[in-house]
Design a protein around this ligand. Structure first.
Ligand SMILES: *Cc1c(COP(=O)(O)O)cnc(C)c1O
Length: 384
């Protein structure tokens, strides 16, 4: 089976983890800080906070943005459930913005229109979470202007997009977003097994995120109510979580980060190769977003909706581990219970009906890719 995505682990990665096992630190130790500094430096941003996964990262990013009961968070209708669940964790309401049918990213005109309507109704969002779908940022420049006009916090869910660029800057630089979140799940661009990160512009937000990561506890006398009672003393000053990652994960992350450039370059080559080999296939291919250079987490093709199931099944039967991104979040049973229904976000629903994600990862060989293309062309002919 050729999977749709998989990690690349080499001897250096294995050695980095083994060395950590022999060190004094298993949970949060020096590797965490090194990994955070290395990612922040690479992205050209003030600070980065490493946590146990990107879902936790989204949750504490929302809390740091002040999201709570009575507030609203909007995200893309075409995303993984975590981009929306973070609002519910905070007790806030969630709503979605439909996508651009070309880039499959949150549509800027749809966002603008929804904001105008929400303003008239006195129901503006506090946080908007655009998703860098498949590794390519949304129209962040346009969204920044709307964030300034309407006063919401812009958190980019860049779970697919470490190593990507936007307007010449690394994704994560927060040149346009207020905060950015990365995922290090094994199918993403680099991995720490499980892991996520929030990138922030200022030290105060970073400190808040670190406190939320570890129970809401501080050891800083300046942040305490009343004097410290001694060297052992800490105070819990808000409700936090145990969202810590381990030094084992950070050591793996540092080792993976050294290969990021190469991973993204190989993914880009493979994506170009797909686009070349499929140019005459009569199917929808990924469309570029202005100013964005994708990290190519996914290569999503659009086939005629009535034939999607047959083509998907034929590819799976041929040993090609294709996938579908995404079943729109608002159509999940949990979200239907909140009142969402079919027809709410027609572009995301149409995209779901047509999409197939082809295998794409750094270790995919040209020969395996040729096999995928041949199987897809065969399936397209048979399912005609
Ligand atoms: C993978 C993913 C997440 C969650 O990442 P985890 O690290 O698995 O928690 C969130 N948003 C999007 C868009 C993702 O693809």
């Amino acid at each position: 089976m050729i999977p749709y995505g998989r990690q690349h682990i080499d001897e250096a990665d294995i050695q980095a983890v083994v060395d950590t096992l022999r060190s004094d630190w298993l949970t949060q130790g020096p590797a965490i800080e090194r990994f955070e500094r290395a990612v922040a430096q690479r992205c050209g941003v003030a600070d980065a906070v490493f946590v146990c996964n990107a879902t936790a990262a989204l949750h504490i990013a929302c809390l740091a943005a002040g999201l709570g009961p009575g507030d609203r968070l909007w995200t893309s209708a075409n995303t993984f459930v975590a981009s929306a669940n973070c609002a519910l964790y905070c007790g806030a309401d969630v709503d979605f913005v439909d996508i651009d049918p070309g880039t499959l990213n949150m549509s800027l005109p749809a966002l603008r229109e929804k904001l105008e309507r929400a303003q008239r109704q006195g129901a503006l969002p506090k946080v908007v979470v655009p998703v860098a779908f498949a590794g390519q940022s949304c129209d962040l420049r346009g969204m920044r202007a709307l964030a300034d006009e309407y006063g919401f916090t812009l958190i980019e869910d860049a779970s697919h997009a470490i190593g990507a660029r936007y307007a010449g800057e690394p994704v994560g630089s927060n040149a346009f977003a207020d905060m950015t979140v990365f995922s290090f799940h094994p199918v993403k661009i680099i991995t720490t097994g499980e892991g996520g990160m929030v990138l922030v512009r200022d030290a105060a937000t970073a400190e808040h995120l670190r406190r939320l990561r570890s129970h809401g506890i501080t050891r800083d006398p300046a942040a305490m109510q009343g004097p410290s009672e001694g060297g052992w003393y800490y105070q819990q000053i808000e409700l936090g979580f145990n969202y810590r990652a381990t030094d084992l994960q950070a050591a793996l992350g540092l080792s993976q980060l050294a290969k990021l450039e190469g991973f993204v370059e190989r993914r880009r080559q493979l994506a170009e190769r797909y686009s070349c080999l499929l140019a005459e296939a009569g199917i929808g291919l990924p469309q570029p977003q202005a100013l964005a250079e994708s990290a190519w987490h996914l290569y999503v093709v659009q086939v005629p909706a009535p034939r999607r199931r047959a083509i998907f099944d034929a590819l799976r039967a041929a040993g090609i581990g294709v996938n579908v991104h995404y079943h729109p979040v608002h159509l999940q049973p949990w979200y239907r219970r909140l009142g969402f229904a079919e027809g709410d976000f027609p572009q995301a629903e149409a995209c779901y009906q047509r999409s197939i994600s082809l295998p794409l990862y750094a270790d995919l060989t040209d020969a395996a890719q040729d096999q995928v293309v041949a199987a897809l062309l065969g399936a397209l002919e048979h399912a005609a």
